[in-house]
Structures are given as structure tokens and as C-alpha cells.
Design a protein around this ligand. Structure first.
Ligand SMILES: [Zn+2]
Ligand SMILES: [Zn+2]
Length: 316
């Protein structure tokens, strides 16, 4: 099982999870030349009918399931689950019907509730493609639960507390409201959500999705928001598919149990390779488009997908 190790000087966390070396790579991204050549294709572990190849379900929406959740066979930490997006091996969230994406969101909620009720924090993430860290092709997301997340989430949490003490308001509420006034980094605004390109994007075309109503935890999302969230999530991901021809990509849900946090979703398309400046100095090179240009291109695609028109209602 994974063990956390912290850099003594900077506190940067690393999790040692060498048990995962036994994982199958079905994306073809990890080259293991010493592995014996096999001509017989392996069955997909996540397809319907192959449930016996995975640990038993901890959640599924129906006996004849549309969404299925089970423990990761090669966990990074104790609580590490896999959420299979649908029984369909080829269709991802951008191609599935809206009602299926709502089922997917409900599965994430169910598991988040399960762990937060035990006093744990949850991080949900999606890796698509070998460059994004996936080893199985069948569209799926993952959930990790811990007493707390060191690294970026902890930094965000500490900065949010500092911001709250200084301004007596929530950092994310203030950020999205200010960005809606300036408009130039807004990708899309729905009734309940705002999608933005962050000012200091680490990668070109990075996005952040922020719910308008202030809630620290994703588990407080309400019935009306669920439908809107599933829809906007699909639109944001679709923009990447159209602009970059279905790139490898990541998205993740940041959520914390307590204020002054504000849950949100981050998105990155793998259209570049991390180099020495990023790894050696922690300085990100966003060189494909300015945040404003990226927001404009992404916004056009999201509106075409969700509203059937490229007309930008927010810039009126
Ligand atoms: Zn499959
Ligand atoms: Zn807020």
C-alpha cells in the first residue's frame, strides 16, 4: 500500500506505491520490452460481463448496472476506488447521453458521502490516455479518500483560510465574480456554474469549473445543480475533444469538508510535455495560447455543444 514521503526541505509529498508495477497497461503508453509477447488480446476488466475480473461493486446504480464502482485492484492508498463511466467500452462522458452523465455524477456523490461521513477527505480524478496516467482504455474515474491531502489541496486550503481572514470572504466566490465582470477568461456561464481559464494557467487551455453557490464540499450539490453540473462538465470536456482531437486529459474534483473551501473542478489537456523548467523549478510554461485566447476558443466550442450556437451571451 502507498506510503507518503515528504521532501524534508520543501514538504512536497510523494506516495510510494510500488505494488502498482504489476498493473496491466491497456493503453499502450507504458513500454515494457521485457514482457512476453502475447497474441491473445486481454479482456477489458471494466466491460459488462467481466465483473468477476474486478473486486466486487461498492456501488452500482442498478442490478443491470449503468455505472459501477469498486476498489482499485492496485490501490495507491487504502481507499482507492474506480468509477466505470458506463458499460460502453468506447464512449466517454462527451459522447454518452445526458442521463448517463447524471448517473455518473450520482455515483461520485454516493461515494463522496460515504467517505465524508467517516470524517475523510475525498479527491476524484479522471485520467484519459496513457499520457494522462490511465492504464485501462475503458472510460473511468477514480476516487481516493484520506484523512487529509498534502500538496496542492492543503496549500489551497491554507491560502483560503489566509484569504478569508484578510477579506472575510471566500477566495473562489470572489474570483469567479470578478472574472464574470472582466469576462475575458470566462469560458462558459450556466445557471449554477462558471468555467474559467485561470489567470496563471499551468498549461495552455487549463480550465477551472466553479459552482456559483458557495459550498465547501461537493456532497452539498443539490438536485438542480446535479443536472447542470453533468451538462457543463460534458461541454467543457467536449471543447478539448474538438479543439485537440480527443486528447489525453485529466480532470479532478477538489473538495473539502469545511469552510472556507469552495469545491471546484480542474481540467488539463495533455497537449504538451512537462520539461525541465516545470520539474526542476516548478515554473509552468503555458506557451500554446494566452489565457484569454484559450478562453475564447474553448468558450466557442462549449457554447456550440451546449447551446447550439457560438454566440457569446456573456460578452453582450
Ligand atoms: Zn471495456
Ligand atoms: Zn465560495
Amino acid at each position: 500500500m502507498g506510503i507518503f514521503i515528504f521532501d524534508e526541505l520543501t514538504g512536497t509529498p510523494t506516495v510510494l506505491a510500488s505494488n502498482r508495477v504489476k498493473r496491466d497497461d491497456q493503453t499502450g503508453a507504458v513500454k515494457t520490452p521485457e514482457a512476453p509477447k502475447e497474441n491473445v488480446p486481454k479482456p477489458c476488466y471494466f466491460c459488462k460481463g467481466n465483473e468477476s475480473l474486478t473486486p466486487p461493486a461498492v456501488y452500482q446504480d442498478a442490478d443491470d448496472w449503468n455505472v459501477r464502482v469498486f476498489f482499485n485492484k492496485f490501490p495507491i492508498v487504502d481507499y482507492h476506488e474506480v468509477i466505470v463511466h458506463s458499460p460502453n467500452h468506447d464512449l466517454d462522458l462527451t459522447e454518452l447521453p445526458d442521463e448517463q452523465n447524471v448517473r455518473y455524477v450520482r455515483a461520485l456523490l454516493n461515494r463522496t458521502n460515504y467517505y465524508t461521513a467517516q470524517g475523510l477527505e475525498v479527491m476524484i480524478f479522471n485520467n484519459r490516455g496513457g499520457k494522462a496516467g490511465a492504464s485501462i482504455m475503458h472510460p473511468h474515474s477514480q476516487l481516493i479518500a484520506l484523512a487529509g491531502f498534502p500538496g496542492i489541496i492543503e496549500q489551497e486550503k491554507q491560502e483560503a483560510i489566509r484569504y478569508y481572514n484578510e477579506h472575510h470572504s471566500c477566495y473562489w466566490c470572489d474570483q469567479y465574480k470578478a472574472d464574470l465582470v472582466i469576462k475575458d477568461r470566462v469560458v462558459y456561464e450556466s445557471k449554477h456554474f462558471v468555467v474559467l481559464v485561470p489567470k496563471a494557467s499551468r498549461w495552455s487551455y487549463e480550465m477551472i469549473l466553479i459552482p456559483k453557490s458557495h459550498k465547501p464540499n461537493f456532497e452539498y450539490i443539490d438536485e438542480v445543480e446535479i443536472n447542470d453540473f453533468a451538462r457543463v462538465l460534458k461541454g467543457a470536456l467536449k471543447a478539448y475533444d474538438v479543439l485537440f482531437n480527443k486528447p489525453d486529459r485529466n480532470f479532478w474534483i477538489h473538495t473539502q469538508r469545511y469552510d472556507p473551501y469552495h469545491w471546484h473542478v480542474g481540467f488539463i489537456p495533455h497537449i504538451k510535455v512537462v520539461g525541465g523548467l516545470e520539474l526542476g523549478a516548478g515554473i509552468w510554461v503555458s506557451d500554446r495560447a494566452s489565457p484569454e485566447q484559450a478562453a475564447q476558443e474553448l468558450g466557442r466550442q462549449v457554447r456550440l455543444e451546449l447551446d447550439g450556437t457560438a454566440v457569446n451571451s456573456i460578452s453582450k
